[in-house]
Design a protein around this ligand. Structure first.
Ligand code: AMP
Ligand code: MG
Length: 352
């Protein structure tokens, strides 16, 4: 493809002309990257199979990894979801627009290309006003995976999209930094008990409180159990990975910091470029070629916001080996650790 255009927008006063043009591109089968509160999305018309094919091609994404369909009005869900359980309505009332994706039975209006051949569809109503305006201008149904090359960290800035997809898509809408920084929570509502397929900013505790019933977390490993298809097909692929080798070091703080210092020293002696992911509290203990601070240890939201941009900076600084402290896994921390583990290909060392 040729040139990718770039347009900056303010959420507080959206330029209607730009949105109309972006909507027209999508309706005509083209691709537009746009900001959401989670990460940047790569949008195409969810109801045109050719658009979904183009999304997969632009990202280099395997075509059995389904796309999330983004809507801007609750009523619109009826066209794409066959059965809408009461729990879906309750969650939508409480959390939409927002960073929650629901898996529901699909209707024939959604082509199998969009759902990776599944009989279910993932639906979300994002909160970002630029995203909502674009979805409306595009006809109401925008399929949008994260706007990165498949396997790379998701983009939290328009510049990341440009880096990955410049020349492969029609337009990038720049709306500044994504405020959450991790992809939406995905909850499967097709069974009796809701199941979280991907943790995110909306936590298990929040869903249980709103629904008044227990919610499971799917513990499927990214590679899937032998002979069993993963429930969120995207989970079987390596994700969010920096080019250098990332290792997570787990254990109590004293042991972890000592082990990271030891490992970094060994690699530096061998002439490798080293990096560290740590908290504000432990930062003074380290020396390496590049250090990324995720924020105060207990601030999981800050870690979520910083993680992907940090992973990309290790690449631009050509770091060979990255060591990360472990983050505690409750609340939003569960989502941070889930992405970090995938980025590390589950390479985790116990500090002693
Ligand atoms: P991304 O758009 O890059 O955030 O990835 C979308 C994620 O949603 C992938 O991990 C998919 O596997 C998951 N997903 C999308 N549709 C479905 C579905 N119908 N059932 C289960 N998971 C889905
Ligand atoms: Mg993605």
């Amino acid at each position: 493809m040729g040139e990718t255009r770039f347009a900056s927008l303010e959420e507080a006063c959206i330029d209607k002309k730009v949105i109309e043009e972006a909507g027209r591109i999508i309706r005509n089968g083209g691709l537009v990257a746009f900001p959401t509160e989670t990460v940047y999305g790569l949008g195409g018309d969810a109801l045109q199979k050719e658009s979904s094919r183009r999304i997969y091609a632009a990202k280099g994404r395997p075509s059995d990894n389904p796309l999330i369909v983004h809507i801007c009005r609750w009523e619109d869900i009826k066209k794409i979801a066959g059965k809408i359980p009461p729990k879906a309505e309750i969650l939508a009332k409480a959390l939409w627009p927002g960073p929650l994706t629901m898996i529901l039975e699909k209707t024939d209006a959604v082509p199998p290309e969009t759902t990776g051949g599944l009989s279910t569809v993932a639906v979300r109503m994002p909160q970002n006003k630029i995203a909502l305006a674009l979805i409306e201008a595009a006809g109401g149904y925008v399929a949008a995976p994260s706007a990165n090359i498949s396997g790379k960290p998701s983009p939290t800035l328009a510049e990341h999209v440009q880096e990955d997809l410049g020349g492969r898509i029609d337009l990038i809408l720049d709306g500044g930094a994504a405020c959450i920084g991790l992809e939406s929570t995905i909850v499967d509502l097709t069974g009796d008990k809701p199941v979280i397929l991907r943790p995110g900013y909306i936590t298990k505790e929040m869903l249980e409180e709103i629904l008044g019933c227990p919610v499971d977390v799917d513990r499927m490993s990214p590679d899937g159990e032998k002979g069993k298809a993963p429930r969120a097909p995207g989970m079987k692929y390596r994700h969010y990975a920096p080019e250098g080798q990332l290792t997570i070091v787990s254990g109590n703080e004293t042991d972890v910091t000592a082990m990271i210092c030891r490992l970094v020293k060994e690699k530096m002696r061998a002439g490798e470029r080293t990096g560290i992911i740590c908290s504000e509290e432990t930062r003074p203990l380290y020396q390496a070629d590049h250090i990324e601070v995720m924020g105060p240890r207990e601030d999981k939201e800050a870690a979520a916001r910083h993680l992907y941009a940090a992973l990309r900076r290790f690449d631009s600084r050509k770091i060979d080996y990255i060591y990360s402290e472990e983050f505690s896994g409750n609340g939003v921390g569960m989502a941070v650790m889930n992405r970090l583990l995938k980025a590390a290909g589950h390479r985790i060392l116990q500090a002693k």
